[in-house]
Structure formats: C-alpha cells, structure tokens
Design a protein around this ligand. Structure first.
Ligand SMILES: Nc1ncnc2c1ncn2[C@@H]1O[C@H](COP(=O)(O)OP(=O)(O)OP(=O)(O)O)[C@@H](O)[C@H]1O
Length: 477
C-alpha cells in the first residue's frame, strides 16, 4: 500500500442536489428506425453539398431509365453543341458564366487534395491544444491564367504569413507564382495562383485616345490579361530597372497614352535625356521643350517647371485641390531618362544642388497642380536618388538584386509578390507597379513601340518648340 496518494485533476465541489439521468428502455425497432432516419439525413446533406455531382448523376440516371443509352448521349451532344455555339458567339460571357465556374469547382477539389501537406510544409498549419488546425480553403475563382483562392486564416495569422511562404506554395501547387493579399474581411486572405503568363507576349502599341483620361492611362497589360491603366493625376512616377529592362517602353507607353492631349495642346511634355538624346531623341518632336546636351539647360528646365508649380499652387490655393488642365494652362509632364545623371553623377556641384532643390519643389508641389514628373533610373540606392520617397507611384522592372526590390517599391513588397529580381531578361517591359497606400503590387507588361512607331507618333502629334535652349517656330522658352 502506498504511503501517500497524489491524484491530479480538478476536484468537483459537493453540490446540494445530485441528479441521475434516468435510463429509458427503447425497443430495438425504434432504435433501428432512428439510425435509418439519421443515415438518410446525412445522405441528403452530402447529396445537397455535392449537388454539382449528384444533380447531373440524377439527370443522367433518369434519362437512362426512360430512354436507355440514347438519353444521356443526346444530352451530352446537346450540351456540347450549346457550349460550342455560345463560345463561338460570345467567348467572354461563356468563359465567365460557364467555363470558369466549372473550372473553379475542379480546381477547388484539386487544391483540397494537396491542402493539408501544403499548409504543413509551409508552416501554416497551427498546433493548438494537441490538435492541428489548418487554414480553411473557402473557394476558388478562376480567370485567364489566375486562380484566386479565398482562405480563412487560423486565429492569429495575418496575410503577411502567407506572403512570406508564397514561393514555397507556388512550387507545392505547381504554379508560376503565388501572390497573397488581404481579403474582403480581416479573417480572409486571397491567394492568387498564377498559372500561365498572359504577359509572355509583347504588347503592341495601344490606340491613342483623342482625350487622355489622366486618371487611367492605358499603358500595357496586367497579369489577368486586362488592360493596365496608370493614374497620372495626383502622382509622380518613378521607373527603376537594370539596363535593358525596358525603362524606355514605360516612358513611350505613357507618352503614347498622352499623345492625343499633346496634339490638342492639353498636355505639354518636357523631355530631359542626359544620355545625349539616346532614348528620347527619336521622339523629340513630341516634346514642347527638350534638352539632351547641356546640363545647365536641363537644370533651367527643372527650375522652370518648379516655378510653374509654385505659381499654380499660389493661384489655386483655397480654390481647388486638383488642377484641371486647359490649353491655356496645360498638364506638364517632365520626362527624365536616367535621373542619376542629374542627381548623382554630375560633377558640377553647384548645378547638382540647383537640380536637387528644384526637383524637391517639383515633386512635393507639382502633383496637385498639374506638373508631373516621370523619371527613369537604373540604380535605386538612396545616395543616387535621394527623392525616392517623393514618388507615390513606383514601377520596378527587372532588378539585379533581391534587396533592391523593397528599396524601390517599399518595405515588404517582395514578400507580397513583387519579384523584380526574378524577371527574366527574356521579358523586357515586365515590371511591378506599386501605388502609395496600396499593399498589392501589380505585375504589368508595358506596350512596346518600335523606333518607327515612335517616329510616326511624333510626326502625327508632335509640337517641339525649344530644343537645348534654342527656340523653334518662334515660341519662347
Ligand atoms: N515592353 C517591351 N516589350 C518587348 N520588348 C521590349 C520592351 N521594352 C524593351 N524591350 C526590348 O528590350 C530592349 C531594351 O529596352 P530599353 O532600351 O527600353 O531598356 P532600358 O531599360 O531603357 O535600358 P537602358 O538603361 O540600357 O537604356 C529593347 O531594345 C527592346 O528590344
């Protein structure tokens, strides 16, 4: 016999009343009937839950009983004929209302099969109270090349947890890339599983609208295959990319989308090409003012733009918060190719300081008063570009190092799917666009204009007035 007894557990205090549940004797037929009813209930629930299997099975069964094999075969042929003519007649609605919903069901089933191991190996399965708790796979919405999977996170998880293991998930599910974004509710995360690549093909130059929409300039195609529209109103745009990444195509796509306004005088493009006119020179007639040789002239142009921004800000103060362009006071877009030549590599210290001061004013005051900057640069380091944070819209094309991605696009953007360092050299013009305040980077391919197309556009819409300080057509600088 033990000397001391130790018993773990909570002691139940004595209660004034002790109730014993009564034992009721049930006849066997009643118990059997109850189990049968319960079984039928479960069967009905399962049949209703998997209606997309049970429904067609019932219809096929009914037809077979009524007409033999002819019934189901006739139905399959009729459905195929209807789908084929719908597809031929209106492809978009067929895909949206018939094909993608069915595909979504199939993919949901596929992803469910791989879900447990995928969550476990990505460390998204949580161990709690001796159980394994998995995020819940809610639904799959398919579109061209992308499956958007809605996932209910386990308590305590955040979308960032999924973003951090996006690459692992992509390999597990056998897709090109995975992007995680916050869902419509705080407990949901949306995983975009990229299958094909709608951006693999070069995007041809887009039509030029007679009146540009400054809130939505069509400049290329986005990952889901739709047109990508870039906002210019209220922002400044920075383009960063390694050599040959396609910075020129971003600039010319933007110029093309504004060309209608250039022709009508609603938009003035001012061009600075410190690399001697290599990039912008070919379309020089598009620019109202253009400089490519003399750095003092370039500094002067930036100062003019800054002075114009300050003048407009003074006029508009207290009246409106957004300048509306008119032919008398047009939208000015200062386009700078290789900004580092002006902010970092310039040896004339005085000139460099003048440029930095004017750019600072322009970037902070210009965006609300219709004086915008679209600048391209190769090296995103702060020493090279001190004003990085003053560009609310940033475009990261192919970059040479992983660390540069967050440097260009902002903290955590690489984890959220902006894999600029993984863009292959074979995809020039592909990049990620990040808008201030928007947590999701958008993968885009900008349209590509050949030299001849740029020349044609410049001939149709061009209105060059001042080139390197010299006045053409009698207009003043
Ligand atoms: N959007 C695009 N679509 C298809 N091909 C493109 C695109 N943009 C650029 N290219 C191809 O890549 C080449 C390099 O492009 P581009 O000169 O614009 O790069 P960049 O980033 O301006 O380079 P650099 O810094 O050396 O001037 C182009 O000659 C063209 O063949």
């Amino acid at each position: 016999m033990p000397l001391v007894n130790v018993i773990r557990g909570e002691r139940i205090a004595d209660a004034p009343l002790n109730v014993r549940t009564p034992i009721i004797r049930v006849p066997l037929w009643m118990a059997l009937a109850w189990w049968l009813l319960r079984g039928l209930g479960v069967l009905l629930v399962v049949a209703a839950r998997f209606w997309w299997i049970t429904g067609p099975a019932l219809v096929f069964g009914g037809l077979y009983l009524e007409y033999g094999w002819l019934g189901p075969v006739a139905l399959v042929l009729a459905v195929t004929a209807i789908c084929a003519s719908w597809f031929a007649g209106h492809r978009a609605s067929f895909l949206r209302f018939a094909w993608y919903p069915v595909l979504g069901r199939v993919r949901l089933w596929q992803y469910r099969r791989a879900w447990h191991p995928a969550m476990a190996t990505a460390r998204l399965a949580v161990s709690f109270d001796g159980h394994t708790v998995l995020p819940i796979l809610r639904k799959v919405r398919c579109s061209s090349g992308v499956d958007v999977v809605t996932v209910r996170m386990v308590t305590g998880q955040i979308p960032e947890d999924f973003a951090k293991v996006a690459e692992r998930l992509a390999h597990t599910f056998g897709v090109r890339a995975v992007k995680a974004a916050p869902g419509p509710r705080p407990d949901l995360v949306l995983l975009s599983l990229m299958r094909g690549d709608p951006l693999a093909k070069v995007v041809r130059p887009l039509p030029v609208p007679a009146m540009p929409d400054f809130t939505a300039l069509s400049v290329g195609r986005q990952e889901d295959g739709d047109a990508y529209e870039l906002r210019l109103f209220g922002t400044q745009i920075l383009i960063v990319g390694a050599t040959g990444a396609g910075k020129g195509s971003v600039i010319w796509s933007a110029v093309r989308s504004l060309a209608g306004g250039v022709g009508s005088g609603l938009v003035e493009l001012w061009g600075l090409d410190p690399k001697g006119g290599m990039e912008l020179g070919i379309g020089a007639p598009m620019f109202t003012k253009f400089a490519c040789k003399d750095f003092a002239v370039m500094a002067g142009l930036i100062e003019q733009a800054a002075a114009e921004a300050q003048r407009r800000a003074g006029n508009l103060r207290g009246r409106t918060r957004q300048h509306i362009p008119t032919p008398e006071e047009p939208l000015i877009v200062l386009i700078i190719d290789e900004l580092a030549n002006l902010t970092a590599y310039l040896t004339d210290r005085q000139l460099k300081d003048r440029i930095k001061a004017a750019l600072g004013i322009l970037l902070t005051q210009g965006r609300a008063v219709g004086v915008h900057v679209v600048a391209a640069i190769q090296d995103p380091r702060k020493e090279v570009l001190p004003f990085r944070d003053l560009f609310p819209t940033r475009i990261g094309l192919r970059l040479s190092e992983e660390a540069q991605v967050d440097m260009v696009l902002g903290e955590g953007m690489r984890d959220r799917g902006a894999l600029c360092d993984r863009i292959p050299q074979s995809l020039p013009g592909v990049g990620y666009v990040v808008l201030d305040g928007d947590p999701t980077p958008m993968r885009v391919r900008f349209s590509y204009l050949t030299d001849d197309e740029i020349r044609d556009m410049a001939q149709t819409y061009g209105r060059l007035r001042v080139i390197d300080g010299d006045v053409i057509d009698g207009e003043a600088a």
